[in-house]
Design a protein around this ligand. Structure first.
Ligand code: AHR
Length: 500
């Protein structure tokens, strides 16, 4: 197969917001405990945080981090997780049938975020709680001092407010699995009241209302419309969540998962703009794609799921998917989809960060290592800057069961006036793809290098025993002459071209 794309700085999608490279830390399995936090570990700092994990998080290049859930947040009492640790209660976590020790909370996580160089995006509980508790955690976090809750924060050792800018109004409230799941009408009213109250404290907060848990929810589309009819004037973002997995051995459809993500984003944009038109509003709602990844969710339901009245483990191994080369290629194509919608997707969170469907894995008392998905994220986060270009892509196609006719090659590009990047996937399972890129309009660019993730075994993965089985290689097929790049992409591969 072949593909051709033309890059021109006059044809743009929108600015690449650093928030596109956010992630997500939930109190789930070993994401926090035995993940970022393991006091006994040889690399643990004075607060119990693993420095080897922090090094990898910084290398990954993560901007905003959504916290503390996820499904977890819908039963969470934030005040359990602040103040003297010895006094913090253990609680049932109904979402993941675990015990939450509350040894890491807002205070510890904020210290960790400062070391990681990331910003906090905090989710409030609108499952079992409501307006008052959202106001309470906002007061605790963002008011300098002089009130009961802000003074409590100061007394707990944190003088400066946390100044949390982005807040999620609950999590996946459309999902029947969610504690406190509501209808779109009921949730829309609660989210509107909560948002208005939070803005009475600080009108400049950036608020995210829950959209659909996937584009395949039975309420998809009508949920967004109804929720935005209630909250349009009160929020800045509506969320999207999407997870993809290979089903029934249909690798062709799986490799084309980004087609679904494209459709999802475009449908939510259309719905938000419909509500805008009906209201005659001049405000635009953007998307916070605050959960996305490859996730073998069936494995959770069939193997991992914990049950039993006397069985509430602390930090169990949950959702510890091991990612293959094919998974990383799909993952890279999801980043391509996000970049191609950078005008309206202005925030995104890779779900999740450590151990739980994560790019970084750890062994208690042992190593931390990079999964295959680490590479597309870290390279895209490092290279994508400036403006996302509208790539004029012409690609050969193939047939899929789930998405019909799709491009064999998918692409996104960015340019900051001096340097640029092109991200490419080849979805063919058998053939290399030859791609030409007309970059003549990027006048100043004179050099190009490429890194490719591919393997003869598309099921190859990095594991504790073989941590560097899969990585990036220089793609030496690249030729750059007269402003045009040609490059060959191996079957089932992800590639980043760096232009300078
Ligand atoms: O990321 C894992 C879970 O997926 C989150 O807790 C939930 O929001 C989603 O269903």
């Amino acid at each position: 197969p072949t593909a051709h794309l033309t890059l021109d700085p006059s044809f743009t999608v929108g600015a690449v917001n650093r928030r596109l490279f956010g992630s997500f830390v939930e109190h789930l399995g070993r994401c926090v405990y035995d993940g970022i936090y393991e006091p006994g570990h040889a690399t643990a700092d004075e607060n119990g945080f693993r420095e080897d994990v922090l090094d990898l998080v910084r290398e990954l290049g993560v901007s905003t981090i959504r916290y503390p859930g996820g499904n977890f947040v819908s039963g969470f009492r934030w005040e359990d997780s602040v103040g003297p640790r010895a006094e913090r209660p253990k609680r049932l976590d109904l979402a993941w049938h675990s015990t939450e020790s509350n040894q890491v909370g807002l205070e510890e996580f904020s210290v960790w975020l400062e070391k990681a160089g990331s910003d906090l995006m905090y989710a409030v509980n609108l499952g079992t709680r409501g307006v008052q508790e959202a106001l309470d955690v906002l007061e605790y976090s963002n008011i300098r001092s002089g009130t009961k809750l802000s003074d409590e924060r100061v007394a707990n050792g944190r003088v400066e407010p946390y100044d949390v800018r982005m807040w999620c109004l609950g999590n996946e409230m459309d999902g029947p699995w969610q504690l406190g799941h509501r209808s779109a009408d009921d949730y829309g009213k609660l989210a509107s009241q909560t948002a208005k109250a939070m803005r009475q404290v600080d009108p400049s907060l950036e608020l995210v209302v829950c959209g659909s848990s996937s584009a395949h929810m039975p309420t998809f589309g009508s949920w967004e419309r109804t929720v935005l009819e209630h909250t349009y004037d009160d929020v800045d973002f509506i969320s999207c969540h999407a997870y993809y997995e290979e089903k029934g051995g249909d690798t062709g459809s799986f490799l084309a998962s980004a087609v679904d993500m494209d459709h999802f984003i475009e449908s939510v944009v259309a719905t938000a703009d419909h509500v805008k038109a009906v209201r005659g509003s001049d405000k635009t709602i953007n998307i916070s794609f605050d959960e996305w990844n490859v996730w073998y969710i069936d494995r959770y339901h069939s193997i991992d799921k914990i049950e039993g009245l006397d069985n509430w483990p602390e930090a169990p191994r949950l959702l510890e998917d091991v990612y293959s080369v094919a998974d990383a290629v799909v993952f890279g194509s999801l980043l391509i989809s996000l970049l191609n919608h950078a005008d309206r997707v202005t925030s995104a969170s890779l779900a999740q960060l450590v151990n739980v469907i994560a790019p970084i894995m750890t062994e208690p008392g042992g190593d931390a290592w990079r999964q295959t998905t680490f590479y597309p994220f870290s390279v895209t986060s490092r290279l994508a800057s400036g403006t996302a270009l509208s790539v004029k892509l012409a690609s050969d196609t193939y047939e899929t069961k789930d998405y019909g006719t799709v491009n064999v090659v998918d692409a996104a590009a960015t340019f900051d006036g001096a340097t640029g990047s092109v991200f490419l996937v080849n979805r063919s399972q058998t053939e290399p793809a030859t791609v030409t890129i007309d970059a003549r309009a990027l006048g100043s660019v004179s050099t190009a290098t490429a890194l490719t993730l591919a393997d003869d075994d598309i099921n190859a993965a990095n594991t504790l025993a073989d941590q560097n089985r899969v990585g990036l290689s220089a793609n030496d097929t690249l030729v750059f002459a007269d402003g045009t790049i040609s490059i060959t992409l191996p079957p089932v591969s992800w590639t980043a071209v760096s232009l300078g």
